[in-house]
Design a protein around this ligand. Structure first.
Ligand code: ZN
Length: 172
């Protein structure tokens, strides 16, 4: 297993719509999943999508317990949200946008259809933090970052703060 490089904003791999996974069974794919899980726990984060490690495939891993509960790890291949209910607003961050946290409004309960790491079809009802994490990761598969979901004013604030951090980094 290996810790993978996490690509950060504004890298263009984060903006691409990822390709469906069709080679689910092979060992390179299983290794990619294991490496993504290790990278997520190492970061640490509660979710990681393949485009964040430079692989434009529809695959993400989620564990809202950050590895504390071995049964909590979810590997979602070709995930699709089939239904959503209600909405709530909570602060989010992203390993690809380090240092920035903003409140984002999303559906609070979802139904998601996917394949597991061995290609078996599955369906899951999720709510609260788990529903939010899964939606955040599926956004990555569509080239969407959480800062894209902010209102106009907050989005401008993010861009300004981001440029400011960048110029400070160049100076120091
Ligand atoms: Zn993210």
């Amino acid at each position: 297993m290996a810790i993978l490089k996490i690509y950060t904003y504004p890298d263009e791999v984060l903006r691409r719509r990822a390709e469906p996974v069709e080679d689910g069974g092979d060992s390179a794919f299983q290794e990619l999943i294991s490496d993504m899980v290790e990278t997520m726990y190492d970061a640490p984060g509660i979710g990681l999508a393949a485009p964040q490690v430079g692989v434009s495939k529809r695959l993400c891993v989620v564990d809202i317990t950050s590895g504390e509960d071995p049964g909590a790890l979810l590997v979602l291949v070709n995930p699709e949200i089939t239904e959503t209910w209600e909405k709530d607003t909570r602060e989010e961050g992203c390993l690809s946008v380090p240092g920035f946290f903003y409140e984002v409004t999303r559906p609070s309960r979802i139904s998601v259809r996917f394949q597991d790491r061995h290609g078996q079809p599955a369906e899951l009802l999720a709510e609260g933090l788990l529903a939010r994490a899964i939606q955040h990761e599926i956004d990555h598969l569509n080239g969407v970052l959480f800062v894209d979901r902010l209102g106009l004013v907050k989005k401008e604030l993010f861009k300004r703060r981001y440029r400011q951090n960048l110029s400070e980094a160049v100076v120091s």
